[in-house]
Design a protein. Structure first.
Lengths: 151, 83
């Protein structure tokens, strides 16, 4: 099982990442599920600026990926998270999970995203016409991660 | 100890990193919060409400009751908002 974790300013190509993940372990891979998060332009939002805690971010994501691997028969995981200033419509995050079958790929992908949201040390600032403000954490994200602790 | 600040905690304090000598009174993360808050100004503001704060010791999420020691990397930040 390989885990590829990248924190970067640059954009990523989803199709390329799926191909690369599939090539890593073709004998064990029959399904690749992906999640892509993008900057949503609601309430006049024009851009986000993301910062993170270098070192802890990679470590925390690796720990979440290892937990996913324990729960499902995963053959490969790629997680890319961008930092810096991102405009509406730009990609923020990619979670791609390869597995032998789709159920595990879908479930592990959602699990990874739910815990990335609540544990990985990233912080967002929102830019609107009238200024810039830090995003508050949402209790619905905590609830989404909490569901997995009970199962 | 190396102490790091992120997001609005960093902005209120005015810098992202500093070295703080470990003393016997600083047994836990909470002790460090109490000590830093007494510095006043941006520190008092950043550490006023513990419910809005999260911490990590040596790059692992930690509660305010977590022990700290000389040489540790301690970080303070708001609840995370990535993804």
């Amino acid at each position: 099982m390989s885990t590829n974790i990248h924190i970067q300013v640059e954009d990523f190509d989803v199709a390329e990442e799926i191909d690369a993940l599939t090539r890593e372990n073709p004998a064990a891979t029959g399904a690749v599920a992906t999640f892509t998060g993008t900057v949503r332009g609601d309430d006049g939002l024009t851009a986000l600026t993301l910062e993170h805690y270098p070192g802890m971010t990679e470590r925390e994501i690796a720990r979440i990926a290892a937990e996913a691997e324990k729960r499902w028969p995963v053959s490969g995981i790629t997680i890319i998270h961008r930092v810096g200033r991102l405009k509406v419509g730009e990609r923020i995050v990619l979670v791609a999970v390869a597995s032998s079958h789709r159920a595990a790929a879908f479930a592990a992908c959602q699990f990874l995203m739910d815990f990335l949201k609540t544990l990985a040390p990233f912080w967002k600032q929102e830019e609107r016409g009238d200024g810039i403000a830090w995003v508050e954490a949402r209790s619905s994200d905590d609830a989404a991660a909490e569901r997995w602790r009970k199962s | 100890m190396n102490v790091l600040y992120f997001a609005w905690v960093r902005q209120k304090i005015g810098h992202s990193e500093e070295t703080i000598a470990h003393t016997p009174e600083l047994r836990t993360v909470g002790d460090l919060v109490t000590m830093l808050a007494t510095r006043g100004g941006g520190y008092a503001e950043a550490f006023a409400d513990r419910k809005r704060l999260r911490a990590a010791v040596n790059q692992i999420h930690a509660g305010f009751d977590a022990p700290i020691a000389a040489g540790d990397e301690v970080a303070f930040f708001p609840p995370v908002t990535g993804g």
